[in-house]
Design a protein around this ligand. Structure first.
Ligand code: GLY
Length: 428
């Protein structure tokens, strides 16, 4: 056996020992988490972490190896913190999302809006941002829980999600003396969350941002993952920042007043998550009335999104699966001139990217949900609009496909193949 093979065998043995030691370390961390939860102690104990590093520095003699080992140990401690936070934050209606800014809790519960004071730190100046399309009582209810609320109502949709909208928020924050210790809270759909989140990301280089999404579309997708953005020169989300929220509150009771079309477009995003990542969830949506089990469906969709954003927060790889339906969908949306909602365009955009068998399964489901499955727009025009997408590459465009339920994947697609798919993707 040559030297290379012997060294590799040694590495394999060391990896097996590391795996066993890692499991032991995390099991101990979960016991610590349970203790800290019971005692109400914080997960992060900087003095203890400093002691662990000091103690272990002496265990590795070689200086360059010592430095690398301490980096590994810091990484293990950070994973342990994340694991403990998750154990502490998760229960039936709550999720923990790990993020480069430290992670955040997501509460999904009926009536949760009234509990915002427990879930958010509102004992400071709070810019409560909403828009004209949201029932004023939602933002007013949140403002009542704040020590110093400052309310702003943006214009609805794209008009508010603009540099003009963000400038308005910053002007109000300046007028009211907002500092880095204050925060922004969005109460509204995806556009409000995008504009308020972006304003928070930029104000004094970043202040805490809380999100209370009030549409199913925003609750199921945009509420987590930290994307904020503004439209510029008619291009969606051209200007933006990754700025994860400090906490998210999802109250399914807020959906009660949503018109059926707005509910349906939100369901399109849940179907999207199921098709790319969870075949069992697709079956669950198909069985019975999905709105009767909306809390369960939301939690399952958010768990899918959580896994994708935790693995790829900055959208450089696996998170792109969430763009399923969006390549063609954005093309349709650009041409529809507001006649179709975003989720409706996503529903249409999914069909050309599926195999015929999966498409045959999705069409009746989308129809039952009240989503469109036919489009009369010319394929050439959709293609031209789709090719303006930000995901354009030298060869064509990066798109997401599903050959079977629960198993989405990304690959580059040429304009010719995309056009052929649009031609056969739905009936005109
Ligand atoms: N809505 C797609 C994403 O968050 O990446």
């Amino acid at each position: 056996m040559d030297e290379l093979e012997l060294a590799r065998q040694e590495i394999d043995r060391a990896d097996a020992e590391l795996a066993a030691a890692f499991v032991r370390r995390m099991e101990a961390a979960s016991r610590i988490a349970r203790y800290k939860i019971e005692q109400g102690l914080p997960v992060f104990d900087p003095a203890r972490e400093a002691r662990v590093l000091e103690q272990n520095a002496g265990r590795v003699a070689s200086p360059p190896l010592r430095e690398a080992y301490l980096r590994l140990l810091k990484c293990a401690m950070s994973l342990s913190r994340a694991y403990q936070r998750r154990l502490g934050a998760e229960n039936d209606g709550a999720l923990w999302v790990e993020s480069e800014r430290g992670g955040y809790g997501v509460t999904v519960a009926r009536g949760a809006l009234a509990r915002a004071g427990e879930l958010f730190d509102l004992d400071r100046r709070v810019l409560v941002v909403t828009d004209r399309g949201v029932p004023p009582a939602y933002a007013a209810g949140l403002a009542e829980l704040c020590r110093e609320p400052v309310m702003v109502t943006l214009d609805e949709g794209a008009a508010g999600k603009s540099l003009c909208g963000a400038e308005r928020l910053w002007s109000v924050m300046l007028e009211h003396g907002f500092t880095r210790a204050d925060c922004v809270c969005a109460v509204g759909g995806g556009s409000v969350g995008d504009a308020a989140g972006f304003a928070a990301a930029c104000w004094m280089r970043g202040v805490d941002f809380y999100n209370v999404p009030t549409t199913l579309l925003a609750q199921a997708d945009a509420s987590i993952g930290g994307k904020t953005g503004l439209d510029q020169n008619g291009v969606k989300n051209l200007v933006g920042a990754f700025w994860p929220p400090k906490a998210v509150l999802i109250d399914p009771d807020l959906l009660k007043i949503l018109p059926p079309r707005l509910l349906a477009e939100g369901m399109a995003e849940i179907v999207k998550m199921a098709v790319v990542s969870d075949g069992a969830l697709l079956a669950e949506i198909e069985a019975g009335d999905p709105y009767e089990k909306i809390e369960t469906l939301l939690l399952r969709a958010l768990k899918i999104k959580r896994a994708l954003v935790e693995a790829d927060e900055r959208d450089e790889g696996s998170r792109r699966l969430l763009n399923f339906g969006h390549t063609v969908g954005h093309g349709v949306e650009a041409l529809a001139g507001g006649a179709l909602y975003h989720g409706e365009c996503v529903a249409l955009g999914m069909l050309p990217m599926c195999t015929p068998a999966l498409r045959a399964r999705l069409i009746p489901l989308l129809q039952r949900l009240g989503l469109p499955t036919r489009c009369a727009l010319e394929p050439e025009r959709i293609l031209a609009a789709a090719l303006h997408d930000k995901k354009r590459t030298a060869q064509g465009i990066m798109a997401v496909f599903a050959d079977e339920e629960g198993a989405g994947y990304c690959r580059e697609i040429s304009p010719d193949e995309l056009k052929a798919r649009i031609e056969t993707g739905w009936n005109r």
